[in-house]
Each structure stands twice: as structure tokens, then as C-alpha cells.
Write a new protein. Sequence first.
Length: 333
Amino acid sequence: MSKVITLNEFIMDRQADFTNATGELSRILNDIAVASKIVSRDVRKAGLVDHILGAHGATNIQGEEQQKLDVIADEQFIKAFENGGEICGIASEENDDYLAFQSETAKNGKYVVLFDPLDGSSNIDVNVSIGTIFSIYRRKSEQGSLATLDDMLQKGNEQVAAGYVLYGSSTMLVYTTGRGVNGFTLDPSIGEFCLSHPNMKMPETGRIYAMNEGNIDICESGIKDYVQYCQSFENDKGAPYSGRYIGSLVADFHRNMIKGGIYIYPDTTTSPEGKLRLLYECNPLAFIAEQAGGLATTGRERVLNIEPTRLHQRVPFFTGSKNMVEKAMSMLK
Ligand code: AHG
Ligand code: MN
Ligand code: MN
């Protein structure tokens, strides 16, 4: 049996790959790991605790009902970032505006983090997998000053690191710093994330498609054509694919990372920009997808090339196995 490699050790070992690394990024990743262990603990007992489970009674800027765990997770991560010392500001799906941290230490931080504290929150009450998604950038503004909106509105290809935590049948943390993707599983008995999925590669093709097909009639015809292709005996596999849709992007994405597949959330007549958020969901997962050999596009262009114009911007999202995303794109007019 080989030695267990903890996330902590792994991050430290990898730090040596970056010349001039000062350890700041490593400390951010460690802070994320600690915060996600706390959130994981809360998620695990959600069904037991009345004050954790259920609607919080408020709605976020996008008009969606916030769940208590959304708020709890948001606060937990913000606390970790604000007190970590490396981060000057954050933007989160759950907050209307970005936050510039006020302390002198934070103002000297070189990085910003954008995140979706709890993804798939409509699945909390029904005990289905949920996740956290994060994206780390170097700030654009000067160190020593307050973080600015420009620090937050950077193209995805500027990310220095990105990752997700999946609170599934086990809790996993998957991240990239642009040198491949590695996955760690939380061993609750020792409280450590342990390297379980080294150098993750998304299969080039697969036979699973994930889409909310309830929307099929409000999608453009190319999407209908592609879904019909997935369901046909005339497709590249000679048999219908399996449809799988969890409704937690992180969980659907993670399954495709491992088994191969495609995830589609297109624009619709009712959501002309799509549903998923560029900064908190699509960019970080796009970085991971590409690092694992997969693709992430809007159906027409590479997600990581989009110049963001606003914090809560949404985009259509096609991600997963390279050959499948290319095929879907070829069917859009
Ligand atoms: P969030 O819970 O962070 O608001 O994200 C929900 C997202 C994503 O996780 C999921 O894939 C998608 O919304 C589901 O949307 P539909 O219910 O429209 O299919
Ligand atoms: Mn989400
Ligand atoms: Mn969310």
C-alpha cells in the first residue's frame, strides 16, 4: 500500500514547481480546504438540524430563494478569505456586490477569489449532492489599496487556480493551478483531504448527456437536433446515450470528468443569456475542463476568452468530453 498524500503535502510539494512562489497561493488553497471541511460537516447534518435545513427567507440578487446552508457556506468562505491575509476582495454568487476587505493586511493581499458557495442548493432539502466552486485571480489594482470591480471582471484565462468541492457520497476537492487537475477525498476519520484522483483526465468521449430537457421546447433547434442525436441509434455509439441530470452543476460536471459525457445549459427563450454564471460557475469549471483535456464553450466560443462585463453575468454553457462538445457545437446553426 502506498503512502497517503494529504492535500496539504501536495500543495507544498507543488509550490516548488513555481519559481518565485511565496506560498500565498498555497495558503489560499489551504484556507479553502479548511472552510470546505466546515461546510462539509454542516452539509452532513443538514437533515438533522432544523435551523440549517430549509429556506432562509431571503432572496439573492438573482431573485432566487437563498437556503440557510447557502448563507452559512457563504459566510464560512468569506471569513476564511477575509482573515487569511492573502486576499484583498471577493465576489460571491450570494452577494449583490463584490466585497473589498478593509484591513491593512487584506489590502496588501495580491489575490481575489470569486465563488459559488453552494451550488445546486435546490438539492439540499432532498439530500442530493451539492458543491462549492471557486476561482482565484491575481488582482489588477495596486497592492495596498482596496480591491476594485476590475479585479473581479477578469477573463477566465487569467485564472491562477480554480476548483470545486463536491459534497457527495464522499466529500471531494478537485483543483487546478494550470498544471493538470488533481482530486482529493476527505477522510472524515482523520479530517484530511487525501490524494485519490491524481492527474485527472476527462475521457475524450462518453455516452452520457446532461441537460434539463424540460427546457427543450424553448431552446434553439440545433439543441433539439443534438439531443435527438444523443437519443438515436444512428449516433457515433450506434445506440442511445444515457441521460443523467442531477441539477447540481458540480455533481453533473464531476461525473463527466470521471466517466466522460457532456453537460449543456443553453440559452432559452426565457433565459436568453443562459442560466449559469460566468464568473462563479462557468469560468472555474472551464479552466478545470480544459486542464483535464475537455472543453467548455458557450456553444459558439471558448468560455475562457469571454471578457466579463458584470459580476452576475450569465452565459450558455457546454462542457465535458472534447468530442461530444465539438459535435454539439457543430449542430448549432
Ligand atoms: P445554484 O444552486 O448555485 O443557484 O446553481 C444551480 C444551477 C446549477 O447547479 C444547476 O446545474 C442548474 O442551476 C440547475 O438549473 P435547472 O433547475 O434550471 O435545471
Ligand atoms: Mn451554482
Ligand atoms: Mn449557489
